[in-house]
Design a protein around this ligand. Structure first.
Ligand code: ATP
Ligand code: MG
Length: 273
C-alpha cells in the first residue's frame, strides 16, 4: 500500500525534475543572453566547457569545482548559468544567498548540506553556488564572515561524491582575494576570470547587438571613446543601454557617454562634445 508519506518521500528524493525549478532558475539568470563581446568571453566558455566535460567523464575523481570570479557586474552568474545549462547535467541546483535571506548560520549550513546531499543521489549533478562571499556573510566593513558556513562549504567542496557519481560545482565570487585569505581558492579544480569590457571595440560590439543606436550614433560614440580607457561590466553596460533607450534619440549619444563617465566607466579626460 502506498501512502501519502511514500509519495512525499518520492517527490523529495526519487523524482529528479530535469526541467523543474532549477532549470527555471538558470533561465532567469540567462534571460538577457550571452553576448560574445570579446575573446575573453569565448575563452571562458571554452575552458568552462572543457571542465564540464571533465566532470562528466572523470573516472578517477568524481568532482570538478570551478570558481568563476571577476569584478561586480562582469557577468559571472550568467556565465556560470550558461555553463551549467550547456553541461546538460540532469540534476542542476542553484545555491544562492538570495534564497537564504534571514537564515541563521545553522539553517544556512543545513540548506547547503541538503543541496549537496540531493546532488549525490543523482548520477550527474551540477550545483551553482552563487556569490560565495555573500553566502558567507562577508562584509567589507569589519571584515567578518560566517566561519561555520565557510567550514561547511570547504568540506563539501573537497568531498568526493559517492562512487560512480559525478558532481560539477560552479561557484561565483567578486572577491577572489577574500576567498584566497580564507584559504578557499585551493579547494577549486580551476579558477576562471571574468573581466570587464576594457576596449572601445568591445563596447561597440555590444552596442551593435541592439537597434538602439543608429550607425551614425555608433560611429560618433566610437570616435569619442577610441583611445580612451573603458572599464565596464556587461551587466552595468546593459543597464546603461536600457537607460539610453528611455531618452530622446537626439540626445541619446551624449546622455549615454555622460552617464558612462559619471559612473566612472569611461575616462574621456575632456568635455564631451
Ligand atoms: P554581480 O556582481 O551583481 O553578481 P554578475 O557578475 O553575476 O553580477 P550577472 O548577474 O551575470 O553579472 O549579469 C550579467 C548580465 O549580462 C546578464 O543579464 C546576462 O544575460 C548579460 N550578458 C550579456 N552578455 C554577457 C556575457 N558575455 N557574459 C555575461 N553576461 C552577459
Ligand atoms: Mg552574480
Amino acid at each position: 500500500q502506498v501512502c501519502k508519506d511514500d509519495f512525499l518521500h518520492a517527490l523529495e528524493y526519487d523524482i529528479k525534475p530535469a526541467f523543474g525549478a532549477s532549470a527555471e532558475a538558470l533561465e532567469h539568470f540567462l534571460a538577457r543572453g550571452i553576448i560574445n563581446w570579446g575573446s575573453s568571453v569565448s575563452g571562458i566558455l571554452e575552458d568552462g566547457t572543457l571542465l564540464t566535460q571533465q566532470a562528466r567523464v572523470a573516472d578517477t575523481f568524481g568532482l570538478v569545482s570551478v570558481l568563476i570570479e571577476g569584478p561586480p557586474n562582469s557577468g559571472k552568474t550568467a556565465l556560470a548559468a550558461k555553463l551549467a545549462k550547456d553541461s546538460d547535467f540532469p540534476f542542476v541546483k542553484v545555491c544562492s544567498p538570495e534564497d537564504m535571506v534571514g537564515f541563521t548560520e545553522t539553517a544556512k549550513c543545513l540548506q547547503i548540506r541538503k543541496i549537496f546531499d540531493d546532488a549525490y543521489r543523482s548520477q550527474l549533478s551540477c550545483i551553482l553556488v552563487d556569490n560565495i562571499e555573500r553566502l558567507l556573510d562577508y562584509g567589507s566593513i569589519g571584515p567578518r564572515y560566517s566561519n561555520l558556513t565557510l567550514q561547511a562549504l570547504l568540506v563539501l567542496l573537497k568531498k568526493q561524491p559517492p562512487k560512480g557519481k559525478k558532481l560539477l560545482v560552479l561557484c561565483t565570487s567578486s572577491r577572489k582575494q577574500v576567498l584566497e585569505e580564507m584559504e578557499m581558492l585551493s579547494a577549486f579544480t580551476a579558477v576562471l576570470h571574468v573581466p570587464n569590457l576594457s576596449q572601445p571595440e568591445e563596447l561597440i560590439t555590444v552596442l551593435e547587438q541592439f537597434d538602439l543606436f543608429t550607425k551614425q550614433d555608433i560611429h560618433k560614440i566610437y570616435n569619442q571613446i577610441s583611445g580612451h580607457n573603458v572599464f565596464i561590466g556587461i551587466k552595468k553596460l546593459l543597464a546603461l543601454i536600457d537607460m539610453a533607450r528611455q531618452t530622446d534619440p537626439k540626445v541619446r549619444v551624449i546622455k549615454f557617454l555622460t552617464k558612462m563617465e559619471e559612473e566612472g566607466c569611461l575616462d574621456l579626460g575632456t568635455m564631451i562634445h
